[in-house]
Design a protein around this ligand. Structure first.
Ligand SMILES: *Cc1c(COP(=O)(O)O)cnc(C)c1O
Length: 345
């Protein structure tokens, strides 16, 4: 943190930055104000309309704006962070520029800065030609970081071209809005902009449905052949769906149809047509072993457990294990080694 302190800024009811609060805090801390760290479009999945004003408030008190570029896939080709007011922005290449996410390997997040900061870009004591004229010391052992990853992003950018990248941003935004629109009435989208639209992701609010939990929906999605989207982040009890530009409308429809079918299953529980505890949501996911067992004691049928949507008969992905208590499992290490028995003795 280089000796800096974090001052948290409040949010309003729509999930946007509380501009009055930001202004007051920027003023109160003006003598020591270093920077604002801001995510745009916001983590609530909205293009925050006050973003230029937000940047201007920080600049007026002598601060810099560090924009989290994680949501750049909603902006490439459409908006320039520098014009919005960002002084620094990193690009999570695995979010927007096609390199694999995770996998244990080194990541790569190139950082773009405005002209006035370019002289301070980090140098390297052993390699010339790195960094600016007033370079700070290195921030990574190798002069250009894990640069061998970069050809992947370079090739992606070269093959997509300017038009292709812009089209990808548009489709990412369109896909998220398509999902939000088709789910209207079934699930509440927590935050939208003033025109009722989202950016490249939408947060589905399940907190008012008391009969089931967000975990039940996430587990039930496995029976429909889907890995659940981000759960309980950034808001507990919600699902955050970020379809990206990569999914076809056919695949989006398959996902939406699954969510709508799950919503109908929830309604069955609410109306008393399904048992409050012995239902396909509470018992999800259903493995091949569980539905083919000789004994079936549930209040619903095997076919509802395993084949809740028509397309599943043609293509079924079987979950390999039943429900593991997520939070308990995370906190309690369970050794799966078999106990020492007679055979080993
Ligand atoms: C993904 C994400 C991050 C984390 O980025 P990683 O490079 O994956 O660690 C930070 N902020 C936001 C808004 C993100 O969406």
């Amino acid at each position: 943190m280089a000796g800096m302190e974090v001052v948290a800024v409040a949010c309003d009811d729509h999930g946007n930055i509380d501009i009055a609060d930001l202004k007051a805090k920027a003023l109160a801390h003006a003598p020591k104000l270093a920077a604002l760290m801001v995510t745009y479009p916001s983590t609530h999945g909205v293009f925050e309309e006050g973003i230029r004003e937000i940047c201007a408030i920080v600049h007026a008190q002598g601060g810099q704006v560090y924009m989290d570029g994680a949501n750049m896939n909603a902006m490439v080709g459409l908006a320039r962070p520098g014009e919005i007011g960002a002084d620094v922005l990193h690009l999570n290449l695995h979010k927007t520029f096609c390199i694999p996410h995770g996998g244990g390997g080194p990541g790569m997040g190139p950082i773009g800065v405005a002209k006035h900061l370019a002289p301070y870009l980090p140098g390297h004591p052993l390699v010339g030609g790195v960094g600016g004229s007033k370079a700070i010391g290195p921030v990574s052992a190798a002069p250009w970081g894990s640069s061998s990853i970069l050809p992947i992003s370079w090739a992606y950018i070269a093959m997509m071209g300017g038009q292709g990248l812009t089209q990808a941003s548009k489709i990412a935004i369109l896909n998220a809005n398509y999902i939000a629109a088709r789910l209207k009435g079934a699930f509440d989208v927590l935050y939208t902009g003033s025109h009722g639209r989202v950016a490249h992701e939408c947060i589905l609010d399940l907190r008012h449905i008391h009969e089931i939990s967000v975990v039940d929906v996430a587990k039930r999605l496995m029976d429909y052949g889907f890995h659940a989207p981000t759960m309980s982040w950034p808001v507990a009890g919600t699902l955050m769906v970020e379809p990206t530009e990569s999914e076809s409308v056919h695949e989006l429809d398959r996902f939406i149809d699954a969510l709508l079918a799950i919503r109908a299953e929830i309604e069955d529980i609410r109306q008393g047509r399904a048992d409050a505890t012995d239902n396909p949501l509470k018992n999800a996911p259903h493995t091949l072993g569980s539905v083919t067992a000789d004994e079936w004691t549930h209040a619903y049928s095997r076919s509802q457990a395993a084949w809740p949507a028509p397309g599943l008969r043609q293509a079924k992905q079987w979950p390999t294990v039943r429900r593991v208590d997520d939070a308990f499992g995370d906190r309690n290490l369970v050794c799966s080694c078999p106990p020492w028995g007679e055979d080993e003795a």
